[in-house]
Design a protein around this ligand. Structure first.
Ligand SMILES: Nc1ncnc2c1ncn2[C@@H]1O[C@H](COP(=O)(O)OP(=O)(O)O)[C@@H](O)[C@H]1O
Ligand SMILES: [Mg+2]
Length: 371
């Protein structure tokens, strides 16, 4: 009996909630999503993050069933819902997936209650079940007193709550969210971020969340896929991406502040940045030109004995938790470094940057990690 249960558990955990295989989407001869492979276990919070135009929404729309793939496959809990080859695309309603957009897209002529009720009706819930569920989600999202209001009568933040309530009403197994917080102001965004995480914990729905904001990605995700030009640049848990970025793109896209790759050339036994000896060339044997990755906290302003120092031009400084995040330029190279306490200089002033530790990682000139 126990053995059988173990087997069941194993089979269940072996089946990803979402499996994306060789997924490609072309619009004429433009490839928006390029051979993507990602799987996540049930209950994951997968964040797709990347700059505007990298294919995030196109990928999400394929997950939702709003867009057929050109090639490849999507399976939910082991069941294929989209396939480029066989042309299978089950319709959005039958995939057990709920979608929340950046624009709340509430029905303007229905009340809050009416908006939440509609998908339940479509899904065939009885009148009593609908009434119970509406009460439940109104309470869950703390919008009970808005029940009889129309969308035009409530704020943007409240509209987004209603949109979320409407989506989770039918208890979808997969929750798909496309930049749902982008239209909210900064404070509300942080509040709603915690709220969405609470909803995720409570519903346990496997979620796919699209954002261009790396802070949101790092805060909310169990799994992050960094997208660039339609491809997955790196996929993994947030801490792994922060600790061991596989490309300079990831190293400079993630983190607050992000990392600083510095070009260096081998001269004799050392890698040099300009005329400054940075580190022993043993760090990357066989490579002539590399990029050395320094964390912002490993560079500071002001020379220290025995450490590499270079000159830079001060641009600006932002106070953060008792330190200053200082941005400066060396030619076209922008660096972000940390200084203890409140630091400020004249914009354009020459300052000295000191590299307190050896680089965190070494990349080749194509931006791929070597060590
Ligand atoms: N229906 C479409 N027809 C042609 N090109 C499209 C279409 N939808 C998206 N694209 C293009 O695909 C790329 C990715 O778009 P999108 O997935 O919306 O990016 P993101 O959400 O990451 O900003 C963009 O260059 C966009 O112009
Ligand atoms: Mg988008």
């Amino acid at each position: 009996m126990e053995k059988q249960m173990n087997m069941e558990n194993r089979t269940r955990s072996a089946t990803p909630a979402i499996a994306i295989t060789n997924l490609t989407k072309r619009f004429d001869d433009f490839t928006a999503v390029d051979n993507i492979n990602i799987s996540v276990p049930p209950g994951s919070f997968l964040v797709l993050v990347g700059p505007s135009g990298c294919g995030k929404s196109t990928l999400l729309r394929m997950l939702a069933g709003l867009e057929p793939p050109t090639e490849g496959e999507i399976a939910f809990n082991g069941k294929v819902v989209s396939s480029g080859r066989s042309g299978v695309t089950t319709n959005p309603a039958s995939r057990d997936a709920g979608l929340v957009f950046q624009s709340y897209a509430l029905w303007p002529h229905k009340t809050v209650e009416g908006n939440i009720e509609w998908p339940l009706k479509v899904a065939g819930w009885s009148r009593d079940d609908r009434a119970r569920r509406i009460d439940e989600v109104l309470k869950f999202l703390d919008i009970e007193r808005l029940r009889n209001h129309y969308p035009a009568e409530i704020s943007g933040g409240q509209q987004q709550r209603v949109a979320i309530a409407r989506t989770i009403g039918p208890r979808p197994g997969v929750l798909l969210l496309d930049e749902p917080l982008s239209n909210l102001d900064a404070k509300l965004r942080v509040d709603m971020r915690s709220e969405l995480m609470r909803i995720h914990r409570a519903t346990k729905a496997t979620s796919v969340y699209v954002t261009h904001d790396q802070v949101e990605a790092m805060t909310m995700a169990t799994h992050v896929a960094v997208l660039r030009d339609g491809r997955v640049e790196q996929f993994g848990p947030p801490d792994e991406l922060l600790r061991t970025p596989q490309t300079t793109f990831v190293a400079t896209f993630l983190g607050t502040p992000a990392g600083n790759p510095i070009p260096a050339t081998r001269e004799g036994g050392a890698f040099m940045f300009g005329k400054t000896e940075m580190v022993s060339a043993d760090l990357a044997p066989g490579h002539e030109k590399v990029q050395l990755l320094y964390r912002a906290q490993d560079i500071t302003v002001g020379a220290r004995e025995g450490r590499p120092v270079v000159k830079a031009t001060y641009a600006e400084s932002a106070p953060i938790a008792g330190q200053s995040m200082v941005t400066c330029m060396i030619g076209d190279l922008r660096l972000t470094v940390m200084v203890d306490g409140f630091y400020r200089a004249e914009p354009g002033a020459e300052i000295e940057l000191c590299f307190l530790r050896d680089p965190d990682a070494v990349f080749n000139t194509d931006g791929q990690r070597i060590s």
